[in-house]
Design a protein around this ligand. Structure first.
Ligand code: NDP
Length: 823
């Protein structure tokens, strides 16, 4: 073909990358062993599995298929290494990580070739996106290793981390997992996906090269049923970090429930790509190419639902078809190819099945006129129009190059359509009107929102989901918290129950003035408190009966059950009754919580004012609340006063934090900014600890509402009267109805209903270990976020354990909004 002919057809010629370096490396190393303790070892099973080149269907190499004994050996190696690695100074860890990244760069081309051969993705993507991002992750986290001591005081590494990664970004997912783990002083056992282990094995070789201490990173290849499950269930693994399908994420949530393992899950998505009528349509078309045809659409955050404003839909679809006609599919090692191969025949079949279903359900399918290669596993870019929002292809993650398009008329309709999915991983918004785009972004239920761009990732900016897309973040400072825990936790043993008051000099009474002590003490006479009396003294004539109710939607209501439960003092005398809450009460409370969602949209200044006001009104009734604590717990009066004062102080703390727990502006290598905004999680259910009936309640409710959540609270089961008294304080403090809902009754019965409830977004539970397990198990239904204490008591009176940023992190999820700028 001469130059004239090329100009006439504008056809690309082939531009192949040599496969030879990758193939030679494989020949030199295959069959591949397991990487344990910096040694290559044979699998205990003696079994190997084949890695296949999806572009040809031909085998590449034999990879060890480990069994659970191999997993045991890897975990033991990681545990032994943890002893020293966790104590290795941050600067030394940073040096190792720096060495890792330098060697990744030295081998970057080989890694890119191996990745394309093994996964089928175009070399353009592995060379220019995957591997540079891998390097960036290790650089960025080398920095956090260096800064850990100064920037995360009070935190320590979690321990041995089990990491399970998928096949769609094999080396990049490895980097997202291993870099923060090592930076924070953890050791790792990593399981690559069975289709794509090669780059993880090359990475292991790099670790040998740089002399990483043995056991710090162990790579165990094999089947999910052998390696993955063994890792998840292993008693000596302290955390599981998983990326993959929502179904497997759900099964891991169940398997780890109650084990005390920390868990982060990055799961599926069905991300909206929203185009308003003032968007630059040519940029939009290129955006769609990146959104859904990048990596053959096998991207968890792929913009797979195109939502277009109705008046421009026809024009955009036409432009898209023209562009699709020019996409090039073929050999992934060809540098001029846009779309490579699908990872496996099984995945290809699943894509075809869902596409057939879309056609059967009445949507209109369009594909370019050209044909795919017949060898290997290829699927053409596919566009569906005439899609109804409830159909399978509009709801299910197809994980292939398939785009479904729908239309909307108004911004509100766009938001509604965008959020009409069980997922919440990412979203793109396209408009030349920045006011509109920035108005829509916070309303989208998604962990990342890209404005006039899509599929941008950087180590500095956390990535992760809302709702059934999982929880936890990878990247950014927010991602580090997945790999650390508060230092005080390791010194607290688990107990059978949490009715455990810790006498602590940090209670405010140690600093209270003696005049105040006298004044309050004189009025009450601690020794005068008698069990069975109503307010700490025996009345001369019958007191007026006081009926604590439940508090739902800002109203005092009786329990639907029509039953009451007695509340006893420590001597066994009845001191009051509270309603026996049931399923219906919980349903009403959750509904009221949702109805109060405007609380999150209000200003932080307003929320802070209300929290201060609640504190003021509690202070006005300090004596009464102290007596109530004495009555229920039999503790001394001065101790009870201290609890009330600590509660007031805590309310002040969260009033203070309300407008100060801010996000950050990330600075990725991009002309633009990324706004990392902590957002409330939504409806948060809280089962309070038994101890500290007032302080325990306030320590949990205050941070949750300060951050904009609405709550359904089960107060202390044995001492609920402090909470039922407290709604009177709330009623006089301008708190909108429905922000705090209080349902009394049996903690575990009510917790179960809340944990099962699909409209509850998060559940906190502070009670016995078995209860924690039940909550974690049930939470897998809608993948709600949980925070439980695994039976470890907390000293609520100690500000280190009872308040602070840990509570604020639990009350929020970070949304990263990407805003590129410049013409
Ligand atoms: P999976 O979720 O099954 O696999 C992801 C990883 O988890 C792999 O390493 C897998 O091992 C491992 N794994 C699977 N089952 C278990 C288990 N019970 N316990 C522990 N580990 C387990 O994804 P698939 O590869 O099967 O893909 C299926 C679908 O999942 C895709 O079509 C897509 O919709 C979605 N997906 C989403 C991803 C995302 O990034 N969100 C990534 C990949 C897939 P092994 O490879 O040995 O099976």
């Amino acid at each position: 073909m001469n130059v004239m002919e090329i100009f006439k057809s504008m056809e690309y010629g082939p531009a192949p990358e040599a496969a030879a370096p990758g193939l030679t490396w494989m020949q030199e190393h295959a069959p591949f062993g397991l990487f344990i303790n910096n040694q290559w070892v044979k699998p205990g099973s003696g079994q190997y599995m084949e890695s296949i080149n999806p572009a040809t269907g031909r085998p590449l190499a034999q990879i060890a298929s480990a069994n659970s004994a191999d997993v045991d050996a890897a975990v033991a190696a990681a545990r032994a290494a943890f002893e020293t690695w966790s104590k290795t100074p941050g600067h030394i860890r940073a040096r190792y990580m720096y060495a890792i990244v330098r060697h990744i760069q030295k081998h970057s081309r080989l890694l890119a070739v191996l990745e394309s051969l093994d996964n089928g993705k175009p070399i353009r993507e592995t060379r220019d996106i995957d591997i540079p991002l891998v390097a960036r992750h290790f650089y960025y986290h080398a920095g956090w290793a260096q800064l850990m001591a100064s920037e995360l005081p009070g935190y320590e590494p979690v321990g041995v981390v089990g990491q399970i990664i998928p096949w769609n970004f094999p080396l990049l997912m490895l980097a997202w997992k291993i870099a923060p783990a090592l930076a924070m002083g953890n050791t790792v056992v990593l399981k690559p996906a069975r289709y794509t282990s090669l780059t993880a094995l090359k990475f292991a070789e790099i670790l040998q090269e740089i002399g990483l201490p043995p056991g710090v990173v162990n790579i165990v290849t094999g089947e999910a049923s052998q390696v993955g499950e063994a890792l998840v269930r292993h008693p000596d693994v302290n955390k599981i970090a998983f990326t993959g399908s929502t179904d497997v994420g759900r099964s891991i949530r169940r398997a780890t429930a109650g084990s005390g393992k920390k868990l982060s899950l990055e799961l599926g998505g069905k991300s909206p790509f929203i185009v308003f009528d003032d968007a630059d349509l040519d940029s939009v078309v290129e955006g769609v190419v990146d959104a859904i045809w990048f990596n053959q659409g096998q991207v968890c955050c792929a913009g797979s639902r195109l939502l277009v404003q109705e008046n421009i839909a026809g024009r955009l679809i036409e432009k898209l078809r023209v562009r699709m006609e020019h996409l090039r599919i073929g050999d992934p090692l060809d540098k001029a190819v846009d779309i490579g191969a699908i990872v496996s025949p099984g995945q290809l079949k699943e894509i075809q099945r869902l596409v057939n279903q879309g056609v059967e359900e009445g949507a209109v399918m369009w594909q370019p006129s050209w044909a795919c290669p017949t060898e290997g596993y290829f699927f053409p870019p596919t566009l569906f129009t005439n899609v109804s929002p409830a159909t399978t292809i509009a709801q299910v993650e197809i994980f292939g190059p398939v785009l479904v398009s729908m239309t909307f008329r108004t911004p509100n309709e766009a938001v509604e359509l965008a959020n009409n999915t069980r997922y919440g991983l990412a979203a793109s918004v396209w408009s030349e009107n920045i006011n509109l785009a920035l108005d829509v972004a916070p309303k989208l239920k998604a962990g990342s929102v890209w404005i006039n761009c899509t599929n941008l990732f950087d180590a500095s900016s956390g990535f992760g989901g809302y709702r059934e897309s999982g929880f936890g973040r990878e990247g950014g400072k927010e991602g580090l918290y997945e790999y650390v825990r508060p230092k005080w936790e390791s010194s607290t043993p688990a107990t059978a129950d949490d009715f455990h008051i810790v006498k602590d000099s940090t209670l405010p009474n140690s600093s209270r003035s003696s005049a105040h002590e006298k004044e309050v003490g004189e009025a009450s006479h601690e020794e005068d408190v008698e069990p069975g009396s109503t307010n700490g003294f025996r009345p001369a004539f019958p007191s007026i009966d006081r009926t604590p109710k439940m508090f739902i939607g800002g109203k005092q209501v009786r329990s639907d059950s029509g039953y009451s439960r007695d509340v006893y003092d420590p001597g066994g005398h009845v001191v009051g009754q509270v309603g026996e809450g049931n399923r219906k009460d919980i349903r009403n409370a959750v509904e009221a919580s949702h109805a109060a969602s405007g609380w999150a949209a209000g200003t932080t200044h307003n929320r802070a004012q209300i929290l201060f006001y609640i504190a003021e009104n509690l202070a006005a009734r300090e004596e009464e609340f102290a007596r109530r604590i004495v009555q229920q717990t039999g503790r001394s009066y001065s101790d009870a006063v201290s609890e009330v004062e600590a509660s007031i102080s805590r309310l002040f703390s969260y009033a203070a934090w309300t407008d100060k727990f801010e996000g950050v502006v990330h600075r990725p290598p991009l002309r633009g900014a990324v706004l990392a905004m902590p957002e409330p999680i939504g409806v948060t259910a809280i089962a309070c600890p038994e101890a500290y009936p007032l302080l325990g309640f306030i320590s949990l409710v205050a941070p949750a509402i300060a951050m904009g959540n609405t709550v359904v609270v089960i107060p202390s089961q044995t001492s609920p009267l402090s909470a039922t008294d407290f709604y009177q304080v709330l009623e006089t403090s301008d708190l909108p109805g429905g922000v705090v809902n209080i349902v009394t009754g049996d903690r575990d019965t009510l917790s179960q209903v809340l944990a099962d409830h699909d409209d509850v977004d998060a559940m906190w539970y502070f009670g016995p270990a078995e209860g924690c397990k039940r909550v974690e198990l049930a939470s897998s239904g809608n993948m709600k976020r949980t925070w439980v204490n695994y039976g470890h008591p907390r000293n609520w009176s100690d500000p280190v354990q009872g308040e602070g940023k840990e509570f604020l992190h639990e009350s929020t999820q970070v949304k990263n909004i990407w805003i590129p700028y410049g013409e």
